[in-house]
Write a protein that binds this ligand. Sequence first.
Ligand code: PLP
Ligand code: SF4
Length: 341
Amino acid sequence: MLTVDPLTQQPQPQNVSAARWQEQLKQAVRDPEQLGRILHLPEKMIQHIEAAAGGFPLFAPRPFLERIQPGNPEDPLLLQLLPRSEEQQLESGYSADPLKEHTFESAGLLQKYPGRVLLVTTGACAIHCRYCFRKDFPYEDVPHSIQQWQPALEAIQQDHSVREVILSGGDPLMLVDQELCQLHSRIQSMDHVRTIRIHTRLPIMIPSRVTADLQQWIRQSRLQVILVIHANHAAELDSDVAESLRKLQAAGALLLNQSVLLKDINDHVDVLADLSERLLELQVLPYYLHQLDPVRGTSHFHVPVERGKAIMAGLRSRLPGYAVPRYVQEQPGELSKTPLA
Ligand SMILES: *Cc1c(COP(=O)(O)O)cnc(C)c1O
Ligand code: SF4
């Protein structure tokens, strides 16, 4: 019997059994009624999910759902993944491409800031975050095989000012280890590159993604390996996640976290202070707190910048400096993300 690779949709030969994380990915919840049953949600909450989701359907992995309090329609983890009818409202000032990212230098390659380039490795993710700033991204223009990466890799090879290559997406850890390992080898072979950075939510969504093979190439890499995880709330960081983060650290990776400031999810000093404290307990440094980009269909998550600044002042008065993330916004055309407070 043939099984199908969840990423490429290609049949896998019989003797290649899918890794545990791939199995868990296949079992992710896509059906609103199933979500309602698992989480004991009121009927009226799930009735309109499909229409609300539009072209970005519900997608939620089981390990993450297990951290949600059943029967609580306001759970801060649930709100990150639950399609709501507000997504279909048109708001002035909100667009599909507020960051002006939709043209590549070379297929899959974005360079906005000096010294570092970003590779959009895949459009796939282990969860569909309703506030995602790249949900309208033209992923069909992203390379689908190592071969198609050649022009982008060639461009990095030629540009000796590049010190750091950032793998982003989508989620780069959706690539299977073999592809990731090939990509890493190519990047590692460029003498001017010192750091490889991976922006990923997978260790949080599906902790079993931290496989022995992943640990192995991190351990053996000549490059400094940085993983920037993405947690918005301390409740996301359960003991399975903690264990996976420890494995990454044991392999030599430096871990940072980025969050998005989201209404009713983490727009309180207490919530963000708890998150920072939990992250530090896990030896992860809070890196960025992003002001939400004005992406179409996300205005119900918007927190005014003034409120964000007040929250930052609260965090500063409570936490040591290293526990306070940088509150930033991305502005097209700037040479770095813009600090807001
Ligand atoms: C955010 C971002 C980076 C990385 O910026 P840092 O401030 O170094 O974290 C690089 N490229 C693009 C396109 C980005 O959006
Ligand atoms: S994991 Fe990141 S890229 Fe993927 S849907 Fe969530 S915010 Fe978007």
